[in-house]
Write a protein that binds this ligand. Structure first.
Ligand code: AFP
Length: 344
């Protein structure tokens, strides 16, 4: 007789990503099938990247740089290039996505064969945290799905939509296991890749971010480059008991920790770069969508990330994201300093 535990495991193992997406719609509509197929393609790219990463050091083209500098002025790693292509190849004949915008491409890639009106556009960061790759540390891929509204596939103006208009967003975290977190605006759900099955299996449904946490995550090496208000917030954190610093150099990994345990991640503007480092459309916005779906807050310090009207596809934005109580502490400190000039 099959044990109760085996029965529970069998039950768990059939809750695949595809089934979960289909079940989140009231019936088996064309829209439900489109989203299930789309998430299937995105997860395929994630599996290809995870498989390639698992052989890093053994194969020639997983570690090290390409010698190329991307549109962001950053060195392109071999894995950046591989992951970017993995997304393109996984999506190009899907019939679902007609435009692709990525950190690694100056111009959006057009897939004309898929471009009937109302098709999706995918905005993605193929490898977030590239500097972690060669040290075998956690990295991620981030994605955002919007509806391409214009007929032109050359002009990106119709892709400049506030994050609140995203149809879906998520990330894939390549850590000790490979995990995929996604939302279609109906809660935030976490799947773990079962390498034997080759499937992402639901392991944490309906994630709610803790109201507050003890983690603050920021690159304090930039301290002298921040505004006085941001410096005063960090000094306030240092004086408080209970806060602990965690910073991995990969946004996905740091935000994932905060989604599960609570706390706040910050990448503020600096004197030299007032808009900070992170990209709005394929880093800050999708993560803001997830965190807000889970009950958290994401802001640039004065405005909610999801309400910002983008002006360019590769634009950067300061980011403060996490548990409501922790983010509110940052905002209160920034507002007090702006109003009175006094440190918090
Ligand atoms: P890389 O992909 O160039 O390593 O940048 C990663 C990232 O965009 C984000 O994942 C990190 O949180 C942040 O930059 C780290 O930047 P700093 O090294 O300036 O702290």
């Amino acid at each position: 007789m099959t044990s109760t535990l085996s029965q529970a495991n069998l039950q768990r193992d059939v809750m695949t990503l595809t089934r979960h997406v289909l079940q989140s719609f009231p019936s088996y509509t064309a829209e439900a099938q489109d989203f299930a197929a789309l998430m299937g393609r995105i997860s395929l790219a994630g599996k290809m990247i995870a498989r390639h990463l698992s052989k890093a050091g053994l194969v020639e083209d997983a570690l090290g740089g390409t010698g190329i500098v991307n549109v962001q002025g950053e060195d392109v790693k071999q894995m950046d290039e591989y992951a970017n292509l993995a997304f393109i190849r996984a999506l190009e004949h899907s019939g679902l996505v007609c435009r692709l915008v990525s950190e690694e491409m100056a111009e959006s890639a057009e897939l004309p064969e898929n471009c009937s009106l109302g098709r999706f556009a995918l905005l993605f960061d193929p490898i977030d945290g590239s500097s972690n790759i060669d040290a075998d540390l956690s990295i991620g891929s981030i994605f955002s799905v919007i509806r391409a509204q214009g007929e032109s596939t050359v002009d990106d103006a119709d892709l400049l939509q506030p994050g609140a208009q995203q149809l879906a967003a998520g990330y894939i975290l390549y850590g000790p296991s490979t995990q995929l977190v996604y939302s279609l605006g109906k809660g935030v759900h976490l799947f773990t890749l079962d390498p034997g099955l080759g499937e992402f299996i639901l392991t944490k449904p309906d994630i709610q971010i803790p109201q507050q946490g003890k983690t603050y995550s920021i690159n304090e090496g930039n301290y002298c480059q921040w505004s006085g208000a941001m410096q005063s917030y960090i000094r306030w954190v240092h004086r408080r008991e209970g806060y602990t610093a965690r910073y991995s150099g990969a946004l996905v990994a740091d935000v994932h920790r905060i989604l599960l345990y609570g706390g706040v991640y910050l990448y503020p503007g600096t004197l030299a770069k007032p808009n900070g480092k992170l990209r709005l459309l394929y880093e800050a916005s999708p993560l803001a969508y997830l965190v807000e779906q889970a009950g958290g807050i994401a802001t640039n310090g004065t405005q909610g990330i999801l309400t910002i009207m983008p002006e360019a596809v590769h634009q950067r934005v300061p980011l403060i994201i996490g548990s409501p109580v922790n983010v509110q502490e940052v905002l209160t400190c920034l507002q007090e300093q702006a109003a009175t000039g006094a440190a918090c």
